[in-house]
Write a protein that binds this ligand. Structure first.
Ligand code: AMP
Ligand code: GLY
Length: 416
């Protein structure tokens, strides 16, 4: 079996390792990939979506796995183009990926399907936004488009709201687009992942992301500074409620609205005092949640994704372990505002009780690894208890050093 994975980050490194360890032993390719990924997958000599499709046809690729979202909504859409040439794709069609690409589309879908979510209004101008806020703080402002995780602001007061509105609607930092003014929800967050295959689905191990840069959930939002995953993260009763009130109506809605979906769907949920509510959908696995979840998955993920992309759910192909997984991110100097490249990374070879997933690294010709981006590495450990997994992940992460390295010390410990 030949599989192409699209993406280049820590999530794709984790997916590729899980696919590589599948008993069906697929031959792996990755685009655009990274030096660390190319230790397990072949690079692909193309420069864009259309040449990638031509290459897949020429190479007789059996399965395309969308790790990241951008190609799902680019041009005609990765999955749509794969379908045209008869290559199964694990990742949804362009029209379905609007659930992630447009917050307005997602909000309208949630409302039509009566799925619990925060109330919101969509606006175009600064003045309309201020009217929609109506003097009620905190308020949540969301740019309606892909903004690399930076398009959302939880504003405690009018000053911060005005600043964000100025940036987004006047200076157009993320380009043109509308804005959602959303009710501020409170409660712990949880990331639920389901493999969706038309009318069927399989729920993966629940996870929790740590989005803020600093200990104690302080500092700016980031792409995620760590994650914890376990079947015991939430109670079976709560998972059942989420399944009934959120996952099933989502799957029914996708089918009723002709939104073809075969791939991972990420439900970003807030566990509010009124019950779980959707804060976002993503049409892919989470990053860094994927790095925490994959070590708990065994069996044949490659076979599972291939069957799924062909329209068959094969729950028996994979198993989920008990226990806990904790993943700690090491980020480069300046992250999240900026990032610093070319800092030499030491200690990778000393890590022997955790997995290392590379997100932003480069290998020099002499074999030295250096930083290349904001989030650099995820160090992931598993154990029977959360506390043991967290202790292990932090102890192993401490073995790795590079100038300016940043790591939260409360991943897996806080928020329980
Ligand atoms: P998103 O990009 O939609 O995942 O939002 C990023 C983060 O903003 C979420 O993980 C939450 O922490 C926060 N957030 C988003 N929507 C809301 C909301 N309605 N109420 C409170 N916090 C929110
Ligand atoms: N961990 C958040 C995300 O993948 O969007």
């Amino acid at each position: 079996m030949k599989i192409l994975v699209v993406g280049k980050g820590g999530r794709e490194h984790a997916l590729i390792r899980a696919l590589a360890e599948s008993p069906s032993a697929p031959v792996l390719y990755c685009f655009p990939g990274s030096d660390a990924i190319f230790e397990r997958a072949h690079a692909v000599p193309v420069d864009g979506l259309h040449s990638l499709i031509e290459w897949m046809v020429a190479e007789k690729i059996d399965l395309c796995v969308a790790g990241e979202e951008s190609y799902l909504v680019k041009d005609e859409g990765l999955a749509n183009l794969c379908e045209q040439v008869g290559i199964p794709c694990w990742g949804p069609h362009k029209q379905s990926a609007q659930l992630e690409a447009s917050k307005e589309f997602a909000k309208n879908f949630l409302e039509r399907q009566a799925i619990p979510t925060g109330k919101a209004q969509v606006v175009d101008t600064f003045e309309d936004a201020m009217t929609a806020i109506g003097g009620e703080y905190p308020t949540v402002l969301k740019f309606d488009g892909l903004a690399a995780g930076k398009g959302v602001a939880v504003c405690p007061d009018e000053t911060t709201a005005r600043e964000f509105l100025e940036e987004v609607l006047v200076e157009k930092r993320f380009g043109t687009g509308r804005l959602l003014v959303e009710e501020c929800l409170t409660g712990p967050e949880v990331s639920i992942f389901a493999a969706i295959v038309d009318e069927q689905y399989l729920i993966f191990t629940p996870a929790r992301d740590y989005k803020r840069a600093l200990d104690g959930d302080e500092g700016p939002n980031t792409g995620g500074m760590g994650a914890v995953a376990s079947r015991n993260l939430i109670s079976p009763e709560l998972l059942e409620q989420i399944e009934k009130e959120i996952i099933q109506p989502t799957v029914r809605g996708l089918n009723a609205e002709n939104l073809p979906y075969r791939g991972f769907l990420y439900f970003g949920l807030m566990l509010t005092p009124q019950g779980p509510k959707v804060i976002e959908y993503n049409c892919r696995f989470g990053d860094p949640e994927c790095q925490a979840v994959m070590p708990l998955v065994s069996g044949d993920l490659a076979e599972f994704c291939l069957a799924g992309a062909r329209g068959i759910v094969q729950p028996e192909a994979i198993q989920f372990s008990d226990g806990w997984s904790v993943g700690v991110i090491l980020a480069s100097a300046g992250y999240p505002e900026t990032s610093r490249n070319d800092d030499v990374i030491s200690g990778l070879a000393d890590v022997d009780r955790a997995r290392i997933y590379h997100a932003g690294t480069k290998r020099l010709s002499d074999g030295t690894w250096v930083t290349q981006g904001g989030r650099v590495l995820a160090i992931v450990a598993t154990a029977e208890t959360r506390i043991a997994a967290a202790a292990l992940a932090h102890a192993e992460a401490a073995k790795i050093t590079f100038p300016g390295s940043q790591r939260r010390s409360d991943i897996g410990i806080r928020n329980f």
